[in-house]
Design a protein around this ligand. Structure first.
Ligand SMILES: Nc1ncnc2c1ncn2[C@@H]1O[C@H](COP(=O)(O)OP(=O)(O)OP(=O)(O)O)[C@@H](O)[C@H]1O
Ligand SMILES: [Mg+2]
Length: 372
């Protein structure tokens, strides 16, 4: 009775362990419980202790024992502390590993871009001269051919005036042998095609040069990219209007330090890609907002989207999935270089059949010293 009274008194003072013990004891005494067990802490000022209370029926009362289980509990606590530590260490390691992997990917990428940039600059430089005289010679040749065709027409007109039938026949014979009519027809076509080809090569060389020397002749300026976006949208309006509803949503953003001409090129590439990804008709969304020290520009389309194996390669120069003549595969690699130069980066989200989002993240203050 003394024991019960002590426990009850403790319970009434608000000791929750005593209350629990009391309830258990009551259960065993009334035989509603076959037995009762309770583990509880009972720390003293000097040490931490734990006890196991056990109550089992005996005759018309019950036997209660309190066993000191401190050693076991301490061991268990230590174990779970170690487990938690291990788990933490593992999580840290995992995060570190992921970060390393990302860094490595970025390193590989930027290494690749740097060496390709050098290569591109060299190739562009070498090709530029021959392309220049090919282009101008083709132009001159076109004029000459035009002139010669005029002279030939005059000869043709004079043919009936050749009195000697044998001579006339010889001329006719020569014309037949060379398929003269076809030559006359085909010559200007060949020239025009060649000139078009040269223009394409020039465009590629120009792109390559831009890629290698993005922003060489431009000054860094403070610019509101919303204006750049609006201007670029004007330029690509033709490409977009048959394909997409363009939705613009701009938040208040600060001016950023950038090479505006180069950024326009990035936006143009993204917008043209978005339009080209749309088969019949869709939507292109252009958004801009500020996030801390960075301005984000997003171009979203409801186009064909890309599988992961394409996404992995889109920044590679000359990687394209478009038919010859439509895509050179330089748009995104040039854009990548430009954004990198600004100390920013490009993020991509894409899902086949649903569409693609390109996000350009640019530091407001521009690149740090080392990068300019
Ligand atoms: N918005 C998009 N939706 C789907 N695929 C895209 C999108 N943007 C880029 N791509 C894919 O990435 C490839 C590379 O794009 P990139 O702009 O570098 O070259 P391109 O558009 O093919 O040619 P270029 O831009 O030189 O005319 C594209 O061929 C296409 O497969
Ligand atoms: Mg493109």
């Amino acid at each position: 009775m003394n024991y019960l009274a002590t426990v009850r008194a403790s319970a009434e003072r608000g000791d929750t362990i005593a209350a629990e013990a009391l309830a258990g004891l009551g259960g065993v005494l009334t035989r509603q419980l076959p037995k009762f067990e309770l583990e509880y802490p009972c720390h003293s000022a000097q040490e931490e202790r734990w006890f196991l209370m056990q109550a089992s029926p005996l005759a018309d009362g019950c036997v209660v024992s309190h066993i000191n289980i401190t050693a076991r509990v301490v061991a268990e606590n230590e174990q779970s502390r170690l487990a938690a530590e291990l788990r933490h260490a593992f999580e840290d390691l995992k995060a570190l590993h992921e970060a390393l992997q990302r860094t490595q990917e970025q390193l590989v990428q930027s290494e690749k871009m740097a060496s390709i940039g050098q290569l591109a600059a060299g190739v562009a430089h070498e090709i530029n001269n021959p392309i220049g005289y090919l282009n101008s010679n083709l132009g001159t040749l076109g004029q000459y051919v035009g002139d010669i065709l005029g002279v030939v027409a005059a000869y043709e007109a004079a043919m009936p005036a050749v009195a000697d039938p044998a001579r006339r026949e010889a001329l006719e014979q020569a014309k037949r042998e060379t398929d003269f009519g076809f030559l006359l027809e085909d010559m200007p076509k060949l020239l025009a095609e060649s000139q078009e080809g040269i223009q394409r090569v020039r465009k590629i060389v120009q792109d390559l040069k831009d890629f290698a020397h993005a922003g060489d002749n431009e000054d860094w300026q403070w610019v509101d990219v919303r204006h750049s976006l609006a201007r670029t949208l004007n330029i690509v309006h033709n490409e977009l209007k048959y394909k997409a509803e363009v939705r613009q949503a701009y938040e208040e953003i600060p001016e950023i330090r950038c090479l505006p001409g180069q950024l326009n090129q990035v936006f143009m590439n993204l917008l043209v890609n978005a339009a080209q990804a749309i088969d019949q008709r869709g939507e292109v969304g252009v958004r801009a907002w500020v996030e801390g020290e960075e301005v984000c520009v997003e171009v979203t389309d409801t186009g064909c989207g890309m599988p992961p194996e394409v996404v992995r390669r889109i920044f590679e120069p000359f990687f394209t999935t478009k038919p010859a003549g439509k895509g050179t595969g330089l748009g995104l690699s040039i854009s990548y270089g430009i954004v990198k130069r600004h100390g920013g980066h490009i993020e991509v989200d894409s899902e086949v059949g649903r569409g693609t989002t390109f996000r350009v993240v640019l530091p407001v203050i521009g690149p740090s010293g080392a990068e300019t």
